[in-house]
Design a protein around this ligand. Structure first.
Ligand code: 13P
Ligand code: SF4
Length: 315
């Protein structure tokens, strides 16, 4: 058992939450102690919805920058705080707005579907946003609305894009971004694990590479993986996504065994270094000092809201 945080820290957190009229929204990749104090824990779609419907004056977003930015876009009345402004995302960083604008200029006939793991500046250049839980549905909807001849540019995750293309039968131009966590899983080590645990099911996030997805028995967003693992009659799972999700899996199905999929090096690369920048101490400090706060111009917010709201309306 890790040492318990001092009682003072929890008392201070409670006091600040009341004083600032604050809610804590946390992603499944946060450390267990953060998930346990959060008012709501979810995947990126659920967190976006929770941020939009929140009536709190302050939203403390324990996740990464694009998620907190999304909360601000959807709920401009709230003060949106992050524990650490450096908590970025490799996928989001892989898609610089200027380079993306140039690609769009070259392909004005393409409908732009962007994965929510991107900056507000990329969202503002998109026609609709998707998350890992609704990406297939969103692309199917684009086909339904505009016909299957409609050309689509999908950004920034090439693995999710390829998976969606396969599931929908829709060819798409893919921005070549990847997630540093999901691209590190070792196919060879997973096969070794499957040999040691022939009764275990491999379940994977669609940001994983094609070779891993081809071997997975279930593919889904963090929430979908959690639901599947809890409801399945199987008792053992090899989980190919960031290891933070194992906390909720173990809580909701303590009788089952969850094995984190191994990365290809002897490192903790199945931990998202950005998500893991957040700590309880930083959450308390952010609430106390009301900083760092997510800020953006109203013009950018309005432009980024359009495709984000379209996604929420379509899903
Ligand atoms: P989810 O949409 O499944 O929560 O995934 C977010 C993410 O950042 C995956 O790396
Ligand atoms: Fe970004 Fe990957 Fe971290 Fe998710 S796990 S926040 S995609 S770097």
């Amino acid at each position: 058992m890790p040492p318990r945080k001092s009682e003072d820290l929890f008392a201070e957190l409670d006091r600040l939450k009341k004083e600032k009229n604050a809610v804590i929204l946390a992603h499944y990749y946060q450390n267990p102690d953060i998930q346990d104090v959060a008012d709501f824990v979810g995947d990126s779609l659920e967190l976006a919805r929770a941020a939009q419907r929140s009536k709190a004056k302050t939203i403390l977003f324990a996740g990464v920058h694009f998620m907190a930015e999304g909360a601000k876009i959807l709920n401009p009345e709230a003060k949106v705080l992050m524990p650490d402004l450096r908590a970025g995302c490799s996928l989001s960083d892989s898609c610089p707005p200027d380079a993306f604008a140039k690609l769009r200029e070259k392909h004005p006939d393409h409908f732009v579907v962007s994965y929510i793991n991107c900056s507000a500046a990329i969202k503002a250049q998109s026609d609709v946003i998707c998350t890992s839980s609704n990406a297939v549905k969103i692309v199917d909807r684009v086909k339904k609305e505009f016909g299957s001849d409609q050309k689509i540019l999908f950004a920034p995750d090439r693995n999710l894009g390829a998976y969606v293309s396969k599931m929908t039968g829709q060819p798409m131009m893919l921005w070549q971004g990847t997630c540093i966590v999901h691209e590190t899983f070792s196919q060879r080590k997973i096969i070794e694990l499957q040999t040691q645990h022939p009764d275990a099911e491999l379940i994977a996030h669609p940001e994983c590479e094609k070779e891993i997805l081809e071997k997975a028995e279930f593919i889904g967003s963090t929430s979908a993986l959690l639901k599947y693992a809890v409801e399945s009659s199987k008792k053992k799972f090899i989980v190919a996504t960031e290891e933070g999700i194992l906390h909720q899996m173990k809580k909701k199905a303590p009788e089952k065994e969850f094995i984190p999929a191994p990365p290809n090096k002897n490192c903790a690369c199945n931990e998202c270094p950005f998500m893991k920048l957040n700590t309880l101490e930083k959450i308390v400090a952010a609430l106390r000092d009301e900083t760092p706060e997510i800020q953006m111009s109203e013009d950018l917010r309005q432009r980024a809201l359009k495709p984000l709201q379209r996604m929420l309306d379509w899903s």
